[in-house]
Design a protein around this ligand. Sequence first.
Ligand SMILES: [Zn+2]
Length: 449
Amino acid sequence: MSVLVVGVDSMSRFNMIRSMNRTRHFLLNRMGAIEFTNYGKVGDNTFPNVFAMVTGTTPEKVGWSHKKNMDRQGFRFLWEDFADEGFRTLLDEEDPHGNIFSNFKKGFVDQPTHYYSNTVETAKKDSKLFSHHRSCFKGVATDLILMNHVKEFCRLFRHNPYFAILWLSRNTHDELNGGSRVDGYHEKFLSELLKEQLLNNTLLVFMSDHGMRYGHFRKTPMGKFEEMRPLLFLVFPEWFIQAYPHLIDSVQNNAARMTTPLDLHFTLRDVLFLNNVDNYTKRPVGEHGISFFKKIPENRTCVDAGIPLPYCVCLTERPLLLHSPIALKAGIALVKALNTALTEANVTDVCRTLKLSGLVKIMKLEGGGMYLKSFCNGQNVNQNWFKLYRVTVVVKPNEALLEGYLVKCGNSMDFQLRGDVSRLNLYGKTSHCVYNPLLKKICYCREQI
Ligand SMILES: [Zn+2]
C-alpha cells in the first residue's frame, strides 16, 4: 500500500473547523476519514514533530546537531526504508527557506527522496515572477503548483508503490485565518484524487504538526490549548478496510486516545512491512511510539506517550497574582536561566544580555507528578514538595514575549527551567547572528541588520 502524507503547517483541529471546514467535511463525509481528536505534539515547531514522524525518535535522543548535514548524522528516515522496499519517494515542501530540514539547519548533501522540490522551490522564490505577498508564482498559488506536482506523481505511479510527503506552510504558518485561503484548493485536490481513483491503493495521511505558535490568539487559553492539538486524519483504501477489519477497528478505537507523531511513525512502518513478516519483526522498538494498529492504553500519560511538559494538556492550572513575591522571583529566575543559556552557548559576544521588562502571567500547575522523576534528577522528593509553574515574561531589549516552565524540587528554594521555551511573538531578523533553535528565540543580536 502506498502512503501520501499531506501536511498543513500550524493547523489545529479546532482551527480547521473554523477555517478549513470544506476540506474537513470532504475528508469525513466523502472519503470516510478517521479523525484523531487527541493527537498531540512532541516538540515546539515543525522540525521535531515531522522528525518524530519520519524517524520514530526525537532530535535530542539521537544527538541531532544543527551544525551537521541532515543525512550525515547516522539516523534513518522512513523514506529510506520505503525506498529499500522498492517504493518511489517524494518530498515536496512549499517554502525552501522556512522548510523542515533546511531552516537554520544544514539540509541534505544528497537528494533525500527520488523526487524533491527544494531546488525548484528555491529557484522560484528567488525569481522575479514570485510574489511573496500572495505566495504566487506567475500568478498561480504556490500550494496549487505543488498539489499539481503531487497529483502528476500519483498518476504516474498509480500502479506502483510510493511514499510521498507534501508539506504546505506559507498560507497557514503566520496567520490564524490563512487556512480559509487554501480550503478550496485542498478540497479540490482531494476530490480530484478521489475522482481519478488515485487513492485506491494509498493510505492518505492528512495532518499538521502543531497549532499557531505565536500571535494574539496564542496568548489566549484556547490558543495555548490549540497549539498542542494539531489535526490528523487517516483515509484507508476500501480493499484494506475489507481485508483488515480488526486493524481498522484498532485505528478507530485509538483515534480518541492520546497519540503523537511517534505513533504515526510506527503505524507507517507497519504499513510498509504489512506483507513482509521478516522485515516486520526486524523493526526497531520505539520507546514511546505505539502503532495505531495496536491498542493504545486508555490511561496513557504524557510521559508514556513521550510528550514533554510544555505540550502536555493533562495538567490543571490556576493563575497566581502577578504582584505576589513568588511571581517576581519566578520571572527573575526565568530570565536568569535564559541568560545562562546564552552564556553556556558562548554567544554573549554577539547576543545582548536579557533583562526582565515585565511579568505577563504566572500559572501554578497541578498533576505534573509524572514528570517528577526526570525533573528532580531522580530525587525521591515528596510529591507535595514538587512545584510546577508556567511563567510568561517580556524581556528587554528585544521585547520578546517568552514562556517557560519552572520547577521547584523538594526543599529547594531555587527555580529550575525545564523543557522548551516558547517565543510568543516573532523574532524576525533580530536573532540573525545565531542558528540554534532555542537561541533564535531569545537572542537579540548586538548588531542589528
Ligand atoms: Zn510547523
